[in-house]
Design a protein around this ligand. Structure first.
Ligand code: NAD
Length: 260
C-alpha cells in the first residue's frame, strides 16, 4: 500500500501535480513537491498538505529543464525522506504555434521539461528503487501522447516520447518489483489549460463557454473535464498491489477522446 511510502512529484506546486501530491499524502505517503520557484508560498504549501494529512511533505526547488537538477531532486528527496519509492513525472509546459513559426527555444524547453526530465529523474530513481526492492514510476503523458492536434508540435512530440520511454523503462525493470506506466489525461481544468483560453477565444472569436465546449472539449466525448483528484486516484491505483502486473502501458483518462 501507499502508507509509509515516499514519493516525488515533479512540477507539483499547482494543477495536476498538486492534486496527485495531495492524494498521495492523504493516503499516507511522505511526499516531495517541486517546482522551479523557491518562494515562501511553495514551502507553506508543503506545510499545509503535511498538516492536513499528518504526514511529511517537503518542498524541493529544482528546474526540470536542467538534467542535473532533475537528478538532484531525486537525490535530495531520497536524503530527506529516506528513499524514493514512487516517482511521478508530471512537470510540463505548453506552447501553441504553427511549425514554421514555432520558436526554436520553445521547442527546446518543451522537449527538456516535458520529456527529457523523465529520463533524468528515472535514471536517478531506479538505483534507489532497486536498493529498496520496490518502485513505481508514473509518467503524466497526455491524450497528445497517443494522438495529435495541429499547432502543438513540440508538446505532441514530447508526449509521444514519454509514452515510448515509459515502455522502455517497463522492459528494463520487467523482472523486478518495479513498474512504469503513463497516464494520458484529456483536458483537465488547471492553470495550464486556463492560460490557453484567452488566445483561443481571440483566435476563433468565441466567448469563454463556447471555447470550452466547442474547442477544448470538442474531442472529449464526455464533455466534462477530468479532475486533479481523479488523476491522483489513478496514480494511487498504479502504485497499489492490484496494479503490480500493469507495466509499460497507458491509462487514458480522457472522457472517451482516444476512442473516437
Ligand atoms: P500547470 O501549469 O498547472 O502545472 C505545471 C507544473 O509544472 C507547475 O507546478 C509548474 O510550476 C511546473 N513546472 C513548469 N515548468 C517547470 C520546470 N522547468 N521545472 C519544474 N517544474 C516546472 O499544468 P497542469 O495542467 O497541471 O499540467 C501538469 C502535467 O499534466 C503536464 O505534464 C501536462 O502536460 C499534463 N497534462 C495536462 C492536461 C490538462 O488538461 N491540464 C492534459 C494532459 C496532460
Amino acid at each position: 500500500s501507499i502508507k509509509g511510502k515516499t514519493a516525488v512529484v515533479t512540477g507539483s506546486n499547482s494543477g495536476i501535480g498538486l492534486g496527485i501530491a495531495e492524494v498521495l499524502a492523504a493516503r499516507g505517503a511522505k511526499v516531495a513537491i517541486n517546482s522551479f520557484s523557491d518562494t515562501e508560498e511553495d514551502h507553506a504549501l508543503a506545510a499545509r498538505i503535511a498538516k492536513a494529512h499528518g504526514t511529511e511533505v517537503i518542498y524541493i526547488q529544482a528546474d526540470m529543464s536542467k538534467g542535473d537538477q532533475c537528478r538532484a531532486l531525486v537525490e535530495t528527496a531520497a536524503d530527506k525522506l529516506g528513499s524514493v519509492d514512487i516517482l511521478v513525472n508530471n512537470a510540463g509546459i505548453q506552447f501553441v504555434s504553427a511549425i514554421d513559426e514555432f520558436p526554436a527555444e520553445k521547442w527546446d524547453a518543451i522537449i527538456a521539461i516535458n520529456m527529457s526530465s523523465t529520463f533524468h529523474t528515472t535514471a536517478a530513481a531506479l538505483p534507489i528503487m532497486r536498493r529498496n526492492g520496490w518502485g513505481r514510476v508514473v509518467n503524466i503523458a497526455s491524450a497528445h501522447g497517443l494522438t495529435a492536434s495541429p499547432f502543438k508540435g513540440a508538446y505532441v512530440a514530447a508526449k509521444h516520447g514519454v509514452v515510448g520511454f515509459t515502455k522502455v523503462t517497463a522492459l528494463e525493470t520487467a523482472r523486478e518489483p518495479i513498474t512504469c506506466n503513463a497516464i494520458c489525461p484529456g483536458y483537465v481544468l488547471t492553470p495550464l489549460v486556463e492560460a490557453q483560453i484567452p488566445d483561443t477565444m481571440k483566435k476563433y472569436d468565441m466567448d469563454r463557454d463556447t471555447v470550452i465546449r466547442e474547442v477544448m472539449l470538442e474531442r472529449q466525448p464526455s464533455k466534462e473535464f477530468a479532475t486533479t483528484e481523479q488523476l491522483g486516484g489513478c496514480v494511487a491505483f498504479l502504485c497499489s498491489d492490484d496494479a503490480a502486473q500493469i507495466t509499460g502501458t497507458t491509462l487514458s483518462v480522457d472522457g472517451g477522446w482516444t476512442a473516437l
